[in-house]
Structures are given as C-alpha cells and as structure tokens.
Design a protein around this ligand. Sequence first.
Ligand SMILES: CCCN1C[C@@H](O)[C@H](O)[C@@H](C(=O)O)C1
Length: 601
Amino acid sequence: MEKELLYPVTNQYRFDQSLDGLWDFKFDEAAEGQQQGWPQKGLPAAIQMPVPASFNDFFTDKAAREYTGDFWYAKRVFVPRAFQGRVIGLRFGAATHRATVYVNGQEIRQHEGGFLPFTADISSVVKFDQENLVVLKLNNELHRDALPAGDTGVLKNGKKMAKPFFDFYNYSGLNRSVQLMAVPQDRVTDYSVTTTLTATTAEVHYTVTTSQATAKVTVTLQDEQGTVVATGHGRQGTLIVDQPQLWNVRDAHLYTIAIQLTVNDDPVDEYRDQIGLRTIEIVGHQILVNGEPVYLKGFGRHEDSIYAGRAFDLNVEKRDFELMKWMGANSFRTSHYPYDEAVYRFADREGFLIIDEVPAVGFKMAAASFLGGLDQSFFDGEWTTELYKKHLDQITDMVHRDKNHPSVLAWSLLNEPDTSSKSAVPYFEKLFADTQALDPDQRPRTFTLNEDDTFDTSYCKQFPDFYLLNRYPGWYHKWGYEISDGEAGLRAELDKWQASEIDKPVVFSEYGADTQPGLHKLPSVMWSEEYQIELLQMFNRVFDSYDFIRGEQPWNLADFQTVEGNMRVNGNKKGLFTRDRQPKEAAFYLRKRWAGIDNNF
Ligand SMILES: CCCN1C[C@@H](O)[C@H](O)[C@@H](C(=O)O)C1
C-alpha cells in the first residue's frame, strides 16, 4: 500500500474518512519525544492545532513562528469493525518536510519530502471498534542534501533557524488533508491512460495494476452524458472512442473511467476517475495540444495565504482560479513544489495547462549568498549524492501521482539550478536519463533557467524539451531609469537564441516587479503600481518580437510570504494581486493584453 498514490474514494468497496480538524500538537526543541514515550503515551501538555495547516502564523511569539526542529502531532482515531477484512491505511497529503508515523506505539514508516502524499499501512497494528493512537513526529529543518535546499543555523541562544536558499517562507506542518482509508485486499493499486488521435477517433491506451493477480479487470469509459462509449477487458488495452469530445485548453471535456475487478464474477473493487482525451507534443518552436499550437498565458504561483500559511485551502484555490479566468489565463507553473491534488482536478475541469514542478529549488549557492551562503558551484558540493536520491524519489512520486491529469503539460525537474558550471552536467545527464521513462504519456521535461544561466553561460541547455526563462532586468538589475538597458540586454540574449540552431519553444516563467499596492508616482518609481506596468510593458514588447516565445507567466499571481529581509516588505510583493487576492493596477493592464491573445495564437 505504501507506494499507492491513488486519490482516496468512498464506494461500495472502499472507505475514505477525513481526519482533518484539531490534533494534539507539541514542539520538541530537546528532540526528546521518542525517549519520553510520546509515540506510546501521546503528547503531554499538548496544544490544539488545526489540520491541514502550517503552524507558523497562528502564534503571537516569534520563537514559535520561526520554530525549526522536531514537532509532534497526535490524534485518537476510531476504526469501525465494518472496516475489518480490508487493508487499513493512513494517507497524508503532505507532511513538511519529513515525518515518522506511529500507530498504537509502533513505528509504521518514515517519509521525506514535504509536498507529496504518502500512505502508511496500519493493518498489522490497528484495533477495530476502538480508538487508535496516531502519532507523528515531523521535522522542518533545511539541508543542502534535501529538497528544498537550505541550511539550518543555530543562534547563540541555542535556537535553530531555517536558512532557505529559496524565496518562500518555510511554512511547516501537516499542510494537506489526512485520511483514514480502508481498501479491499484485492484491489486496483494504480492505472495510467495515454491518448492517440485519428481523424475520427481517440485511442485510449490503458494499463491497470492490481494488488493480486486473480481478479478479472473490466474498464469502461463514460462520456459527460453518462453513456458508456467504450469497454475494455484485461490489465492492458486500448479503448476506441468515436467522435471523441477532446480535452482542450479552456474548453475541457472529461470522461469517467471505471475500473472494475471481479473474482468468479463477484465484484471485489471499483475505482472511478475523471480523465481528458488529448495529446501534447513539442514540434519545433510550438507547443501543440491535439495538434493545435497553444500560447501559454498564466502565472507562477504559490500555495500561500494568511493564517494557515502553505495549508491547502479550497476557498483560496477557488478564488485563484476565478482570478486566473478573469485575467484570461490558461496555465500556471506549480512553483516551486507539487500542489495539492485538488488543484490539478480544478485545472482538469477548467482546461488549464500545468507545468508541474518538484521542490528542487535553491540548488544554487548564489541564492544562498543572497541569504548568506558560500560562493561555489552548488553541484561541486559533497551533498549532491544524497540530494540526487531524494530528488529522483520526489520526481518519481510527482509523476506517479499526477500522470493521469490532462491538465499536466510538462514536468519541471528543477527551479533555477546553477548550470553555469560544468559540474552540473553529470547530475543533469543522470536526472534526465532516469526520468525519461517515468511518465507513460512522455510529457516534455524542463527546468527554469535563472538570470545567470543565459544562452552563453548555461552548460545544460541540451537537456530540456522546451525552455523556461526566469529573467529580471528592470528589477534585480538595470532597474528604474536603466530599464531601457535591461530591455537591450534581454533582446541581445534572445537574438542569440534566435540565431542558434535551437529549435525548441521558449516560455518566460518569471519576470516582475515588487509593487506596494496603492503606491502611485508620476513619473514612476520602483515599487509603484505604475512601474509594475512599465516593466510588464517592456517584457511584452520583447515577447512580441520573437516568434519562438510561446508563453508568458509573470511572477507572481499573488503576493506571498518569505523570510524577513532587507529586500522584502513582509514578503514578496511581485503579485499581480495582493495576498488577500485583490487586483493591483497591473492586473487590469495584463488582462487587456491577454484578451487580445488567443489560446491557440
Ligand atoms: C532570479 C530569481 C528567481 N526567482 C525565484 C522566485 O522564487 C523568487 O520569488 C523571485 C523573486 O525574487 O521575486 C526570483
């Protein structure tokens, strides 16, 4: 069960019970919880903590907000006798950054990686028709050999302190839902679908994996009207759909796939999901969906909101999608980590394209020096061997979890790694080779190229299937009145891309200006609303000059929290919207521009 990432459902064979709500919570600065017997006895003098939530912003004292180290959760969970005979599991949507799970005093499993789900099989220790003590030890320290990369400092007063090599707050906790699951012994454990198109049909190639070899597998596809349009038998096959309703950008049509298992004609399990029939290709400078070119209009985002930090909040997500639709957007990047599964389901239904990104962020000492790191090539570090194992593991889980979403366009394997040194090349060679076969749909793989990793300086341009450029002329250099030099420098770099043999699309995945809402100045100054528009106008002039630029995703959809710093005014203010999701002037400007750019431009 521990490698199963199917989204939990309740039906006549399966039970999914939410464990969200208040849990016992306790910091463990002395890291003594284990020898104090907390897994066996529960948490002494615990406080109450909402789940899902980051713990940080609830508190009124800085030591609690900034807490770095071990911290514990506990909850007594009643498991009804009705679940007997099934495999019983606990599914954690995200435990940031690492967790150890105990049930009734027994250690069940550990997990590393704070932005992807994992399941603990508790069948061997669960007690039916009574309460079971579920205890978790979490840890939120940052390390150079973990994702996202950073250091953990120790202050003179003995307090640990997170030192991120990245520009988002190290929100920590059970940031996504926790579920109690009961599933059949003989069950569907995974499935995958890929689509090929002919002039009049869609061929849906499916693979189903099951926990046991005995059951017979039947796969049906139903259209939006509930009509069964195709049926297949066996663990692998192809469903032919005549006159299919294809999944298109901002014109989504979904089918229901139903996978039934029977033993001696008796049904034993069923798993239903929503899928979209579409193809994705990179052809020359074009990104094609169903053979049609698409132009990406969208954003870099964060899972970030007031009160609960990085907790997944369906209300915020709903507002974000309404804002993106209002803007005329059609895509976003899950910067800088995989988002909650509900986000991909939203995008499937709304016809948005997603660049799905793992938290391989901060693999760059310059970023660390922005926050106090060393001056060396990140990939020369002795930490890269251990880091690679975790990196590949998290890419594997991200693809495993998200591979059936029609909205997922591509995989971003890193955000702004240091590729300006040859020492990056062996790491990239192995990473792109090891991830080649993970996705049955063989979606494009990419990574974002940072300011220092230009056409001339990056040693890793040969790897991505298309390019994501993060560029900040007008903000981090050639800013204010110098912005015209910033534009000239940007054009000079793009002229080299254009003059090269590189025959791949370029998408601008980050550009922007910190902007204090309500700050107006004529003529503009940096941080004013007028300057944010002028910077976007500069970039848009450049985008409109090169036909190999196939997308624009300014940074960021909304303002978000970061560490304190002399370059941050209570967080990053490059949002087109404020952190409470209200528009800045630039949102109206960009909305007007995007109204004139067709999705298939
Ligand atoms: C060149 C820096 C890349 N980019 C990373 C992103 O996470 C930051 O928030 C953004 C910024 O500084 O606004 C810069």
